[in-house]
Ligand binder design. Structure first.
Ligand code: SF4
Length: 357
């Protein structure tokens, strides 16, 4: 499925049956934002996110209660679960014991080598990979001083350090993430790492911002690298509900031909010629399509100037006229309906088309 030609050759790791790297389809991840004690809420969130297309879910494990409650989550989750642990080796070991499918942890932040070796040994025997990495906010002081104004090299070397610690402990099942809140830095650092190493890469722009700013910034950072063939799994970090992170991640992959396009609404931006409310119509169609599966281009156009051409080229669409619209399927004009009836009639035709496809 999707584009594989021209992808960077990376090693493959398995996260409970979901591959990352080695030419596998690029996966979409997000993170649970509820407090860890809300186990029922977390399980419900994971099921919803999985139904929306999320491939892998990550949870912060800030304390021992969270590490223990992850067992119930892992058992009920339809997708692989990653435990995000910082500084505390015991939390990593408890998470492995609870059955998580991957760890996110930086071995350089764990003081005793014996603890790193113990985590590596347990992860290896459980058959789970470890994601290591750096972001622009956590570069060690000595690397900052070593490289001065060069912001890229400390990110790359910081990641290399974490990988080397695990390699020294005999562990090689590693995914690397190099994130920055600066999009250009994130792109340059990932390019530099990808040119030197073969671990699969987890891409993301960290603290990318609100739904609007974050989606744009993440799409640019992640999209540029993916288009160059670099990147094996992605997370769009947004100051918004995780469902938006998944939707945005999937749309990035679809835009680049790395996932089937799905049900893609193409709406004209509307202008002074629009004779129906295109924005409201497109949003209502998107809402009505929630949960439907398929692979179709759906065009919603505001007037008869450019409308017929675009709608004719789509699989199905609506071309607006004064207070009404024409439903067009496969280039053929099917039905003229008033603005009030348009959505219901359109959905009947869309469902009929999906049944046939
Ligand atoms: Fe304007 Fe019509 Fe083009 Fe929409 S399709 S942007 S309404 S000219």
């Amino acid at each position: 499925m999707g584009k594989t030609f021209g992808r960077r050759e990376s090693l493959k790791v398995m996260v409970r049956g979901v591959p990352i790297g080695g030419g596998s389809p690029v996966t979409v991840q997000t993170m649970i934002k509820r407090p860890p004690e809300d186990v029922e809420g977390i399980i419900a969130d994971i099921k919803l996110l999985a139904a929306q297309g999320c491939d892998i879910i990550r949870l912060a494990i800030p304390d021992e209660n969270a590490a223990r409650s992850i067992k119930q989550i892992v058992t009920q989750s339809p997708i692989p679960v990653v435990a995000d642990v910082h500084f505390h080796p015991k939390l990593a070991l408890l998470s492995i014991e609870a059955g998580v499918h991957k760890l996110r942890l930086n071995p350089g932040n764990i003081r005793r080598t014996t603890d790193v070796i113990a985590i590596a040994r347990e992860a290896k025997s459980a058959g789970i990979p470890i994601r290591v990495g750096v972001n622009s906010g956590s570069i060690p002081q000595d690397l900052r001083e070593k490289y001065g104004d060069d912001k890229i090299s400390p990110l790359v070397e910081g990641a290399e350090r974490h990988v080397a610690i695990l390699n020294d402990a005999g562990f090689h099942d590693i995914v690397v993430a190099i994130k920055s809140s600066d999009v250009e830095e994130m792109i340059a650092a990932n390019r530099a790492y990808a040119a030197k190493h073969s671990e699969p890469l987890h891409l993301g722009v960290t603290e990318s911002g609100t739904l609007y700013m974050g989606s744009v910034r993440s799409s640019v950072g992640i999209g540029v690298l993916l288009e160059e063939g670099t990147g094996d799994t992605i997370r769009v970090s947004l100051a918004a509900d995780p469902t938006w992170e998944v939707r945005c991640g999937l749309e990035i992959l679809r835009s680049l031909g790395l996932k089937p396009k799905g049900l893609r609404v193409i709406a004209c931006p509307a202008c002074g010629r629009a004779e129906i409310d295109v924005h409201a119509l497109a949003e209502r169609i998107e809402a009505a399509m929630e949960g439907l599966q398929g692979d179709l281009d759906i065009a919603v156009m505001g007037c008869v100037v450019n409308g017929p051409g675009e709608v004719g080229a789509a699989d199905i669409g609506i071309c607006g006229g004064k207070g009404r619209g024409v439903i067009v399927v496969g280039g053929g004009w099917l039905e003229v309906a008033s603005e009030d009836e348009l959505i219901d009639k359109f959905m009947v035709e869309l469902n009929a088309l999906l049944d046939k496809s």
